[in-house]
Ligand binder design. Structure first.
Ligand SMILES: Cc1cc2nc3c(=O)[nH]c(=O)nc-3n(C[C@H](O)[C@H](O)[C@H](O)COP(=O)(O)O)c2cc1C
Length: 187
């Protein structure tokens, strides 16, 4: 399985970082890109430089402005494009078909080619523009997965909350994991 994972300038970079590390540990072919603000917010929130992390893990990292990178083309084999966290800006540009950078173009390719586009939008409150863009994308085939705490899992730590969301994305990819306890499996 091959996925492109993109981080944007929404809050919650730790979700993207955790997913990169998890997919890498699971030996999934993961490629990474990040918007300029995605880089800045990630550095601010986590102290992690996404490009350095990718290099340390020996994961392909593509510059956001490199529209010559492989994921830009529908002929490049890809199973999923995942944007986590996804800003309202990037979400809106994908909904508008802008394709103005590598991530937006790759998302557009996922929709036109029919492979998975998984978006984790993060904003609160949501205005009608945000909501309508999400509906538009869902109609086009995207899966909208906001990071959302499931209190029935009785999380004790921030890590529990982060791993729950990571696990939800792995579920959508059809990958087995034990990042959280499933309802019905315990107690
Ligand atoms: C610290 C910080 C946190 C932000 N959090 C959010 C957020 O949760 N959701 C969002 O849509 N935008 C958020 N923004 C604003 C986006 O970063 C901004 O709209 C940016 O233009 C998005 O660009 P991008 O989509 O190219 O990453 C945040 C900005 C900063 C500096």
């Amino acid at each position: 399985m091959r996925v492109l994972l993109g981080l944007t300038g929404a809050s919650g970079s730790i979700y993207g970082i955790t997913l990169i590390k998890t997919l890498h540990e699971m030996k999934i072919d993961v490629q990474v890109t990040a918007t300029q603000t995605g880089h800045q917010v990630c550095l601010y929130e986590t102290g992690v430089n996404i490009k350095d992390l990718s290099e340390d893990l020996d994961i392909p990292y593509y510059d956001i402005d490199n529209l010559f990178a492989p994921p830009s083309s529908g002929s490049h084999r890809m199973d999923a494009v995942i944007i986590v966290p996804c800003s309202m800006g990037t979400l809106g540009r994908i909904a508008g078909g802008m394709s103005s950078n590598l991530l937006e173009r790759s998302a557009d390719v996922a929709l036109k080619e029919g492979f998975k586009l998984i978006l984790s939008p993060r904003e609160t409150p949501l205005n009608t523009i945000h909501l309508e863009n999400m509906v538009r994308l869902a109609h086009a085939g995207a899966i909208i997965v906001p990071p959302s705490v499931a209190f029935y899992t009785k999380p004790r730590t921030l890590e529990d909350i982060i791993l729950f969301h990571t696990g939800k994305i792995l579920d959508l990819l059809g990958l087995d994991h034990s990042l959280f306890s499933r309802w019905g499996d315990v107690e």
